[in-house]
Design a protein around this ligand. Structure first.
Ligand SMILES: *Cc1c(COP(=O)(O)O)cnc(C)c1O
Length: 699
């Protein structure tokens, strides 16, 4: 699909001719899931690479290029990686299938490219990478935000501070998309009383393109240049404008390229205006509205991500009407016809619900785990008129597996290059049966050491900013205990995720953590949304525990949870903890990342864990409590805290510290193996894309 979305060469890279091949390696995001390419960049200039700017910004800043440009060994190594990339790009299986057009408001490809806020974006990034690996005809559509989601700093009182990073096209792996005559492609969008133009940036994600619209152009009014500036901007009017650009603009880009997608996949309702634009185009081409609705609906699918109705995107209906009128002028379609399709399940007047609108104009809808599918079905069945199914999320394994564990898995036959693997191994990964336990444990310890070193450096920087003295700073680098059972908890700090649950009985928790024979430590990470005061209070509450006399040195908080912190944690802790209020966790992909890295989950039976958890003799982790939910929140929190203490005290901690004469926790290692066996394929994006194909697209 890259050839059908031609782009100009990157305007920020001007490299010596003999190493010009670095440009292709830097501008295709394949490096984010290929260790050898990363190692090549790092070896050019380790200190600069470790600043994690991403390879385009790195190449623009390093002073080492002239040295390597005259070194035949370097030239050969670069040519080798270029040849490998070309082989990858050229080896997609031929297909006559029409492309899948995938729309999402955010994409998480890598921490150096901040176009994402959290789980939704990372899922979209993983989806695109897997579509590339599987060789699917796929094109992603999104927005190019000059200001990404905020970086989090936590001050000495626990208050969350926000710093918004900028995306400079010269420093990012983006190139101008060209139209069929070779000029930069521009789409023009009818807005109320004016026109708004958008440029398009192409991101190459392996073999697949993701196209990002950008209204920051000198020929737009200053206020319209700001439309795509800020990811999830708080202002409702601006957000509405963004979603018009995403949906309507995205369809116009595909049209301008002459692409004819076989299906439009709406990843969350933000892009629902794509349905409107498709209707308009069909009516303008002579169809009746009824015909157009039939065709658009038959070729569109929707994935819903939030279990709470309030989490859905809603706008003032009058504001939507203005946009519809501008868009539908001259078509004869009355906007009132279409506005009515945006009424929510309670038919709240004056409110336009993007999810309701999307459901009424798509053929199939899904939630993102089996349990969430059932929850979403209860919420939306009346509007959908049929079952909302569950297609469980997955994660892109080459992105999330740590190098040491990956090597052990490959030693047991796991192949991440073979696109058809999942067809044959849909459920359990049988290779786990022959995994070498001691080797898996050693690999885990190597990943754990990396995490502890990383965490030490991050906390050093934080406490230095707070003004800690030299003696304290000296201790911080090694504050985490490599022999302690290390519990990881990282996610958005929303109140329903209950980051603070384990502190319900602080004395009981302390007894557990401070046992000198069986030490336990907990590491937290997570941002609260910049307008979520309740979540920010939770960050402060956890940070006060970090500083408290009793928990100091046993409870830690890493600032700025992003893909890098996430990778370190899901690869390096000993257990992954999740304790949301059931059934509010739609899926919970971080637990899948941990499971594939042989890190057992300890979790409420919510989201993916409700279907993944296996107990009995061959358990793959632990459940906190059961499936019953109490109507009273406080009572539920109390019961869940009690269940959490019990499972940690009676099962998790004793098993982890039950060492044989060889020093190995053999019972624990069995749980680690089971975690991989049940997690590696079943919760991969390879399985997920196959499910989308079989249950949503090709049916
Ligand atoms: C995987 C990931 C998420 C989503 O995971 P959840 O379990 O849904 O919270 C969010 N943020 C980052 C940085 C991640 O890596």
């Amino acid at each position: 699909m890259l050839d059908k979305t031609p782009a100009a060469s990157h305007s920020g890279l001007d490299l010596p001719a003999s190493v010009a091949g670095l440009a292709a390696l830097a501008t295709n995001l394949r490096w984010t899931w290929r260790e050898e390419t990363r190692a090549l960049f790092r070896d050019i200039d380790p200190e600069l690479w470790d600043q994690n700017l991403g390879p385009v910004a790195f190449l623009r800043r390093t002073r080492r290029l002239n040295d390597i440009a005259s070194d035949p060994a370097w030239i050969g190594r670069i040519a080798g990686e270029n040849a490998e990339l070309d082989l990858y790009l050229g080896s997609a299986p031929p297909t006559s299938r029409a492309p899948i057009a995938y729309f999402c408001a955010e994409y998480g490809f890598h921490e150096s490219f901040p176009l994402y806020a959290g789980g939704l974006g990372i899922l979209a990034g993983d989806h695109a990478k897997e579509a590339s690996d599987l060789g699917l005809p796929f094109v992603g559509i999104g927005l190019f935000y000059r200001r990404g989601f905020f970086n989090q700093m936590v001050d000495w009182t626990g208050r969350q501070e926000h710093r918004f990073p900028t995306n400079d096209p010269l420093d990012q792996p983006v190139a101008r998309l060209l139209n069929p005559v070779g000029e930069p492609l521009v789409v023009t969008l009818p807005f109320p009383g004016r026109r708004v133009r958008a440029s398009v940036w192409r991101v190459a994600v392996g073999r697949v393109p993701v196209l990002l619209l950008d209204t920051d152009r000198p020929d737009n009014a200053p206020e319209d240049r700001m439309i795509t500036s800020q990811l999830y901007t708080a202002g409702r009017d601006m957000r509405l404008c963004q979603e018009v650009v995403l949906g309507v603009g995205g369809v116009r880009v595909l049209e301008a390229l002459g692409l004819r997608p076989g299906v439009f996949h709406l990843n969350e309702g933000h892009s629902a205006f794509l349905l409107l634009e498709r209707l308009r185009a069909k009516v303008a081409a002579g169809q009746t509205l009824a015909q157009a609705i039939g065709e658009v609906t038959a070729t569109s699918i929707l994935t819903i991500h939030t279990p709470v109705p309030e989490g859905n995107e809603r706008f003032d209906a009058d504001a939507v009407r203005l946009h519809m009128d501008a868009l539908l002028a001259d078509t004869g379609i009355a906007s009132s016809d279409l506005l009515a399709r945006g009424l929510d399940s309670k038919a709240t007047k004056g409110v336009f619900d993007m999810t309701a609108f999307a459901i009424r104009l798509t053929r199939l809808q899904n939630g993102v785990s089996l349990l969430h599918g059932r929850t979403a079905d209860r919420t939306w069945r009346k509007i959908a008129g049929k079952e909302v199914i569950g297609v469980t999320n997955g994660v892109h394994m080459p992105t999330w597996l740590g190098p040491e564990v990956r090597e052990v898995l490959e030693g047991a036959g796991a192949s991440f290059a073979d696109a058809t693997r999942v067809v044959h191994e849909h459920g359990r990964w049988t290779g786990a049966d022959v995994l070498d336990g001691p080797a898996l444990w050693r690999a885990h310890l190597a990943q754990k050491r990396r995490l502890l070193a990383f965490a030490g450096e991050r906390m050093f920087a934080q406490f230095a900013r707070h003004g800690a003295g030299p003696a304290e700073l000296r201790g911080i680098l090694t504050a985490m205990n490599p022999d302690a059972l290390t519990i990881g908890f990282a996610r958005r700090f929303a109140t329903y995720k209950r980051a603070h649950l384990m502190f319900a009985d602080a004395r009981r928790l302390l007894r557990m953590l401070a046992n000198p024979d069986r030490p336990v430590q907990v590491v937290f990470a997570g941002k609260a949304h910049h307008s979520d005061r309740g979540g920010q209070a939770l960050v402060a509450k956890v940070f006060r525990q970090v500083l408290s006399k009793r928990f100091r040195g046993r409870v830690f908080l890493l600032e700025d949870y992003d893909m890098e912190v996430g990778r370190m944690l899901v690869q390096g802790v000993d257990v992954w903890l999740n304790n949301p209020r059931r059934p509010l966790e739609a899926s919970g992909t971080s637990g899948m990342k941990a499971a594939a890295n042989a890190i057992p989950n300890v979790s409420i039976l919510d989201g993916w864990w409700d279907e993944a958890f296996e107990d009995g003799r061959a358990r793959n982790g632990w459940a906190i409590g059961g499936r019953k939910t109490l109507p009273d929140e406080a009572a539920q929190d109390k019961a869940d805290a009690e269940a959490l203490y019990r499972v940690l005290e009676n099962e998790v901690i004793p098993l982890y510290f039950a060492r044989g004469t060889d020093g190995l926790p053999s019972g624990w290692i069995e749980v680690m193996k089971r975690s991989v066996a049940t997690g590696l394929w079943a919760f991969s994006t390879a399985r997920m894309l196959q499910d989308y194909d079989q249950r949503m697209i090709l049916v």
